[in-house]
Design a protein around this ligand. Structure first.
Ligand code: FES
Length: 356
């Protein structure tokens, strides 16, 4: 049977003796036994050197101020490092330098303000040891009023109001410290206006149509009736941001009997002998429209089944897409290779961007 010692008697847990020791408690309530030791109280207060010597007090104050200024330097250094060592795409060394100096600046800013605050409280704020008995969470009105008084006394004793140099340098350090974080938010925004970037693609007058992914130019004679080609603009593979460019410039090339094409006014010359080129980016949500029905001349988007009629300028005949696939005007150069007459005449991709 479990036993415990209350300092005077050995008591068997659950016995009548224990119950009689706490007659008002219910089952499951802890029984509080009297303290086994006398409260030794607090040791006598020892004055610090800063309490005894005004010169040491002044030195300590200067140290605190220096630490807070150091914190400001660290935060400003972090911002400067972010600008001075930008991350360049594909350059791991730039990532290392940016991370290293940014981290050093932030660490210095945080460490110095932390050490300064601890040093201040240990050496300059009032250093009396206090003890407080446990009490209910919410104090009486008198206790609460006393708490306010203590708060005011604390303010006075810490010298927060009186030591204006420390107070102001601390405020400066705390204001400067979040700046690196704010600057880091810049990375969340694209470098250029995304709506503007989506208005144009790599296609321009004279750009050759090439095979995806090899980049080999396509001759008009290669494109036989019923065939379909996945196309990218010439030079795309050499671009640093080729994936971003491809996401806008991908094209599907098909050849139909010229008599089947219903070109609207002004677009009669956009095809070459029945060869037509349309954006591969679905106008619903941007999936690649990659399924071509050779018999019906329909293009299908695999994501939500939008269907586009190639004979009628890729108008939507089924599905959630709201506008036709943009057409790329094409022609042939002197060597027989297919070229673009210009960029698309409207933004490619989801309809949202059309509203920019
Ligand atoms: S993305 Fe093409 S139908 Fe939804």
């Amino acid at each position: 049977m479990a036993q415990h010692d209350d300092g005077e008697n050995t008591v068997a847990a659950g016995s009548d003796v224990e119950k009689s020791a706490a007659p008002t408690t219910s089952a499951g309530t802890a029984v509080i036994l009297s303290d086994r030791f006398e409260n030794p109280g607090l040791p006598p207060h020892r004055l610090r050197v800063t309490d005894l010597d005004p010169k040491k007090d002044k030195t300590a104050e200067r140290r605190v101020v220096t630490l807070f200024y150091l914190s400001i330097v660290g935060s400003v250094f972090a911002v400067a490092a972010y600008v001075a060592f930008p991350i360049r795409s594909g350059d791991t060394n730039s990532v290392r330098l940016n991370t290293l100096f940014l981290g050093l600046g932030i660490a210095l800013g945080l460490l110095a303000v932390g050490i300064g605050a601890i040093y201040w409280s240990k050496n300059l704020m009032r250093g009396d040891e206090l003890s407080e008995s446990r009490h209910l969470t919410r104090g009486t009105e008198a206790t609460r009023e006393r708490a306010v008084e203590i708060f005011k006394e604390g303010n006075q004793e810490s010298g927060f109001g009186r030591r204006s140099l420390i107070r102001n340098s601390l405020i400066g350090a705390l204001v400067a410290f979040p700046l690196p974080g704010i600057v880091l938010f810049r990375d969340l925004a694209p470098a250029a206006d995304p709506a503007k970037q989506l208005e144009h693609t790599m296609w321009a007058k004279g750009t050759r149509l090439t095979h995806d992914p090899s980049g080999a130019p396509i001759k008009a004679s290669e494109v036989t009736l019923g065939s379909v080609f996945h196309v990218i603009p010439e030079g795309l593979n050499e671009k640093e941001d080729r994936l971003e460019q491809k996401a806008k410039a991908a094209v599907l090339l098909m050849r139909l009997e010229p008599a089947l094409l219903h070109a609207s006014a002004g677009r009669e010359s956009w095809n070459y002998n029945g060869i037509v080129a349309y954006s591969k980016i679905c106008t619903h949500a941007g999936c690649p429209v990659a399924l071509y029905e050779q018999q019906t001349h329909h293009l299908l988007c695999p994501c939500h089944s939008s269907t586009f009629d190639v004979e009628h300028e890729c108008e939507v005949i089924f599905g959630p897409a709201k506008r036709p696939l943009p057409q790329l005007p094409i022609a042939v150069d002197s060597e027989g290779y297919l070229i673009a007459q210009s960029d698309f005449h409207e933004p490619v991709g989801p309809s949202f961007w059309e509203r920019s």
